[in-house]
Design a protein around this ligand. Sequence first.
Ligand code: SAH
Length: 346
Amino acid sequence: MKRSLLELDKPELSAELKALGLPAFRAEQIRQWVFARKTASFAAMTNLSLDLRKLLAEKYEIFCGKIIAHKKSTDRTEKLLIEWPDGHRVECVLLRDDRNHRTACISSQVGCAMGCLFCASGLDGFVRNLTRGEILEQILRLNQLLPHTERLTHLVVMGTGEPLLNLSALLPALDEVTANDSLDLSKRRVTISTVGIPQGIEQLADAAVSYRLAVSLHAPNDALRNTLVPQNRHSGIAKIMAASDRFFSTTGRRVTFEYVLIDQVNDHPEHARELAQLLKKRTAIVNLIPFNPVEDLPYRTPAADTIRKFVELLEQGGVDVKIRYKKGDPIDAACGQLRRSFRDDP
Ligand code: SAH
């Protein structure tokens, strides 16, 4: 079986090439083709001899996944469904906005064990963690969708899975794409979104890596959060807040709290007041996400008026708020939806 090139970091690739009798600068050249020049075949690496290209192609594979679906929506959002050699599939999305941001949204696991009640990703359970190479492949494949002169400007780990339960693969992949001889993405433009695993947040805080952190709160108290986010029974809001405060104090980066607004579930005025109370003394920002309807789930998006009122109450309570508008609707761009719509395929 061929080795997957994306599983190797720079020293590992150099060591492998050295074992083949090749000098270290070959590793630099190959990395440049793959990361900076969006090349997915050894044949195109024209500064390597034909023999070497052939040898590399016999031993290594750059991408090991297969694109099962590629959907484009009218707002220029594009979504890929990738199948790995073991038959499991993940989704990743390219988002474009009017500020010319080009954002990759990637998955960290196949399926998800968190079981949040309103989320499509967890409906079919957890399968496995993604590897470093599989995480990188999603990023590189999305980068390839852009014209030659453009590259990704932002990265969000907000696809399927709980990234803080797969830090051992995620952090090396993020280190790779933020390296300046690679994709050179700015660490400040990488956001990791978590259900709120206190130990994982503390690990990020202590590593003092400058990635941004988003915590999916969705409720201002444990009683309500326990019903929406089952994982909360293990963590509880107080521990999540303490870990987030530590993240802010060690990194200086303000934490974003995501809040999916669901009609008649967590959108009452008292929820907004309670949320403001929880966050007002913190240097935080709330990202409100109107619920994105999922087939098989009974929830609804609140009316525009309810959303406006919720925002007003948070602002009156001294909290910074942003609303995240939906993108890519016609292509099932909410987490897990494309994978689910293809799940009955042979
Ligand atoms: N496990 C991580 C990352 C994946 S989900 C986390 O929990 O943050 C990314 C974000 O999308 C989370 O805030 C999640 O709660 C939200 N989300 C999931 N399903 C949604 C839906 N149907 N509508 C709107 N947002 C949703």
